[in-house]
Design a protein around this ligand. Sequence first.
Ligand code: DC
Length: 218
Amino acid sequence: MLTIAIDGPSGAGKSTLAKTIAKKLGILYLDTGAMYRGVGYYVLQKGADPGKESEVLPLLDGIKMDIVYDEGSQKVIICGEDVTPYIREHNISMAASTVSKIPAVRLKMVELQRSVAARTSCVLDGRDIGSYVLPHANYKFFLTADPAERARRRHEELTARGVSISYKEVLDDMTARDYQDSHRDFAPLNAAEDAIVIDTTGLLPEQTAELVLSKIYR
Ligand code: DC
């Protein structure tokens, strides 16, 4: 059994890296951000405020989340509904970050993440995988990159998907989200003490993957 943790702020290149190495190693990729996005989407759908614990907690027991794979791509199912098409919307990013501050939400997601990691070899990407979810992961990587480059990557990704948004708006939202993710009380965005920190500024995705694989195969 092999577990690989990849953490870091938004736009640092975690998901591209995680997908590449999972494919290369023939193991599962679990995108934990998608799970918090699923909760954020659900809470908004129910008309509740993701920032108000008193509005989120009564909904939590009703969230029956399943993570399934369809031809290798991860889908988030909530109460039988595939919410995957909606969770990448720009407004869901902040809702996910806000709702993820609530400890009960995190504990529920962490339980699911640990149960997947206990069953199968996998690569997990997120904010707290190496520092909290899987402290005994075989490998831990923490990706960083210059904020301007991270915002540029996200902006490109969003505009490629047809989202109309300015670079400045992406940079501002990303800065606010990273601040919120690193300053929450419970399991904040943090590099584990034993994580290998990689600055991906100026690196192509394949260069980052090569670097990471060289540490794994070493
Ligand atoms: O990785 P992402 O951008 O899809 O994640 C969306 C939000 O979910 C992120 O801003 C914070 C939260 N998140 C978290 O708190 N812990 C994780 N392991 C993954 C994501």
